[in-house]
Design a protein around this ligand. Structure first.
Ligand SMILES: Cc1ncc(COP(=O)(O)O)c(C=O)c1O
Length: 361
C-alpha cells in the first residue's frame, strides 16, 4: 500500500486537525474522540461506540467486558490475523478453531454448532478482507446456546451482510484503524460498536482501567484509550471513506476482468454481502514462485496469512496438528493479496496482472 499517495491528497487538512489538538492540549480523550465515536456509531448503524487504542484492544476490551476468561471457550477461525485468537488466549480463555468456507475464507458457519461445549461463551467471526461472515447461521447458534458474538470487523468497516452493517449484528463489533485499513489512522486506533447500553457502559469504563468515578475501580480494565490526535486525523479521513472504498471496488473489478478464464482464482463475493475490499486476495498456482517473481518486478504483494493460527508455535498447547483444519491450511499455501489501495492506477494494476499471467504462461 502506498500511504504517501493518500496522504498527499489530504495533507493540509490532517496537519490543521493535528495542530488543533496540539493547540488545545486536550491530549487524552476530549471532543475529537467523542465526535468520532458518534460518527462511527452512525455509519455502523449502532447506538453506541467506544474509541480504543487499537483493533486488538477493541477485541480485548470486548472479551474482558463480557467477563470471558479462564475456563471459557471462544469459537473462532484460524485463518485471520493473530490478534483475533491472541486476545482470547490473553484473557485466559481457550480459542476453539473451526475451519473456513474455502470460497469466502470466512468461518464455515455450519461447523460452529458441533464445536459448542458447556464451556463455550462466545463466537468470534472475522469479516475477512472486507467481506462479512455468514452471520444469520452464526446468530442462530448464538441465540440457541446463549452465546455472545464478537464481530472482528477490523478489516470491514461499512461492509454489509443482507443490508446490515458490520458490527451491528453481533453483541459487539470491533474495528481497527491500522493505517492500511480502508479507514486508517496516522498510527494505531480502534473502535467498538454495540447496541447494548449496559455493555457500552462497561466497555467505556474498562478502557480507563475500569474506574468510575476516577480512582474507584469496580473492574480491572486497562489503558485502552483512543488518542485524540488519531481521532482528529480519522475525522479528516472519514468523509473520503466511501469514495476510497469505491475506488478499491473498481480496482477489484479491473483485476476480476483481467484474470477471468485464467488459472488465477479471483475473490468470491457472496450475493448476501457488499465487500469493502480491504484486501484483494487471489488463489494462484505456484504461489511462492509468483510472489518471488512479483517482488523481482517491484510489485508489492503480501500473503495473508502464511500460517493458520491453530498451527502457530504459541498455540501448540492447544493440541492441534497439521490436517486438522484442511481448508485453512490449504488457503495459507495458495493465497496472495495484490495491491488494491484507492490511488492505484490502471497502469499499475495492468502491470501486476500481466506480470502474474505471463509468469504462469
Ligand atoms: C482481522 C483482524 N483482527 C484484529 C486486528 C487488530 O487490529 P490492530 O492492528 O488495530 O490492533 C487486525 C488488524 O490488523 C485484523 O486484521
Amino acid at each position: 500500500m502506498d500511504l504517501k499517495a493518500q496522504y498527499a491528497t489530504i495533507k493540509k487538512e490532517i496537519l490543521t486537525a493535528v495542530a488543533e489538538v496540539l493547540e488545545s492540549q486536550q491530549c487524552i480523550g476530549g471532543p475529537k474522540v467523542a465526535e468520532l465515536e458518534e460518527k462511527i456509531a452512525e455509519i455502523s448503524d449502532c447506538k453506541f461506540a467506544v474509541g480504543v487504542s487499537s483493533g486488538t484492544d477493541a477485541i480485548l476490551n470486548s472479551l474482558m467486558s463480557l467477563d470471558i476468561g479462564a475456563g471459557d471457550e471462544v469459537i473462532t477461525t484460524p485463518f485471520t490475523f493473530f490478534a483475533t485468537a491472541g486476545c482470547i488466549a490473553r484473557v485466559g480463555a481457550k480459542p476453539v478453531f473451526v475451519d473456513i468456507n474455502p470460497r469466502t475464507f470466512n468461518i464455515n458457519s455450519a461447523l460452529i454448532e458441533p464445536a459448542v461445549t458447556e464451556k463455550t461463551k462466545a463466537i468470534m467471526p472475522v469479516h475477512l478482507f472486507g467481506q462479512m461472515a455468514d452471520m444469520d447461521p452464526i446468530m442462530k447458534v448464538a441465540n440457541e446456546y446463549e452465546l455472545s458474538v464478537i464481530e472482528d470487523a477490523a478489516q470491514s468497516i461499512t461492509s454489509t451482510y443482507k443490508g446490515r452493517n458490520a458490527g451491528s449484528i453481533g453483541t459487539v463489533g470491533c474495528f481497527s484503524f491500522f493505517p492500511s485499513k480502508n479507514l486508517g489512522g496516522i498510527g494505531d486506533g480502534g473502535m467498538i460498536v454495540t447496541n447494548d447500553e449496559k455493555l457500552y457502559n462497561r466497555l467505556f469504563i474498562m478502557r480507563n482501567h475500569g474506574s468510575n468515578p476516577k480512582y474507584y475501580h469496580k473492574y480491572i480494565g486497562g489503558n485502552f484509550r483512543l488518542d485524540p490526535i488519531q481521532a482528529a486525523a480519522l475525522l479528516v479521513k472519514l468523509p473520503h471513506l466511501d469514495k476510497w472504498t469505491q475506488a478499491r471496488c473498481r480496482n477489484a473489478a479491473y483485476y476480476d476482468k483481467k484474470f477471468a478464464g485464467t488459472a488465477v482464482k479471483t475473490p468470491y463475493i457472496s450475493p448476501d454481502c457488499v465487500t469493502i475490499y480491504n484486501q484483494y486476495v487471489i488463489r494462484v498456482p505456484r504461489r511462492d514462485e509468483v510472489v518471488a517473481h512479483l517482488k523481482e518486478n517491484n510489485i508489492g504483494c503480501e500473503i495473508y496469512y502464511p500460517v493458520p493460527l491453530h498451527l502457530q508455535e504459541c498455540f501448540k498447547y492447544l493440541g492441534y496438528k497439521e490436517g486438522d483444519l484442511p481448508e485453512s491450511e490449504k488457503a495459507t499455501k495458495e493465497v496472495l493479496a495484490l495491491p488494491i489501495y484507492p490511488e492505484l492506477t490502471d497502469k499499475m494494476k495492468n502491470y501486476a496482472a500481466e506480470t502474474i499471467l505471463s509468469f504462469l504462461g
